[in-house]
Design a protein around this ligand. Structure first.
Ligand code: APR
Length: 235
């Protein structure tokens, strides 16, 4: 029996207590911005500046926030288990809290890459680079001469890391879902790949669409929910 394997699927709720907004709660990002304008591939081709400004703002905000105890407790799981964090978040808080294996399904806001091709998921990881918390503006070009764009999976684009994420969930003894409304596919369907004998937990203060009776819902915010999960794990 090797080390326990845990797949942690996180969404914006895990970063809420760091002060970063979620998307669909009251006052969330999508209450103030139309995702089809600022976070879709068609929005990008319609108005690159609007999209660049939206992510410049997200990136600047990230500079001022810190990981919270939930990120730290998720990172601490690595002391006792083989952990894969599969996040829909584009922030870098899991890494800054110490998680060493993080799959960003929807990209990373501190990274950019050249825009290329008609539908823009044809790129190589070699072209991606980290700009930290700096702005990217119209006219900022990549070495290949094309406009730099956020390394974000826009609505309407493929999710290149999905297959890797599925593999991690299929290997897991425990699937832990933290702070996602499970409304955006394919990320929302990932937990369905859990093995029949795997345990599934979800930490969320709200009622979430549980589609399987075996899912244990820890109805709490991420920090205190994670404390309860750790207690459960120690039993
Ligand atoms: N602790 C834990 N969960 C919380 C907290 C908290 N403090 N506050 C809110 N939540 C929960 C909400 O109840 C909700 O279920 O976090 C979830 C946030 O849901 P969304 O705002 O929809 O965020 P998310 O599920 O990550 O969105 C998925 O949508 O727009 C796209 O690409 C974007 O990655 C994002 C994706």
């Amino acid at each position: 029996m090797g080390k326990l394997r845990i797949a942690v699927l996180t969404g914006a709720g895990v970063s809420a207590e760091s002060g970063l907004g979620t998307y669909r709660d009251n006052g969330g990002l999508w209450d103030n911005y139309d995702p089809m304008e600022v976070a879709s591939i068609d929005g990008w081709y319609r108005n690159r500046k609007l999209v660049l400004d939206f992510y410049n703002m997200q990136r600047a905000r990230l500079k001022d926030v810190l990981p919270n105890d939930a990120h730290r407790m998720i990172a601490s799981l690595e002391d006792r288990a083989d952990v894969s964090v599969i996040t829909q978040n584009v922030d870098n808080l899991h890494e800054r809290a110490g998680s060493t294996k993080v799959i960003h399904l929807h990209g990373e806001v501190t990274k950019v890459r050249p825009e290329s091709g008609v539908y823009d998921d044809s790129f190589s990881e070699r072209e991606v680079f980290d700009i930290g918390y700096e702005d990217v503006n119209l006219g900022d070009k990549a070495p290949n001469g094309s406009q730099l764009r956020p390394h974000i999976v826009f609505f309407g684009e493929a999710v290149p890391k999905l297959e890797k994420a599925v593999e991690e969930v299929e290997k897991a003894d425990i699937v832990l879902i933290v702070g996602t409304s499970l409304q955006v596919y394919p990320a929302a369907s990932l937990y369905r790949y859990a093995r029949p004998d795997a345990r599934i937990y979800i930490i969320d203060p709200a009622d979430v669409p549980l589609r399987e009776p075996r899912i244990v819902h820890i109805k709490d915010v991420a920090t205190s929910g994670m404390r309860k999960f750790l207690e459960e794990l120690s039993k």
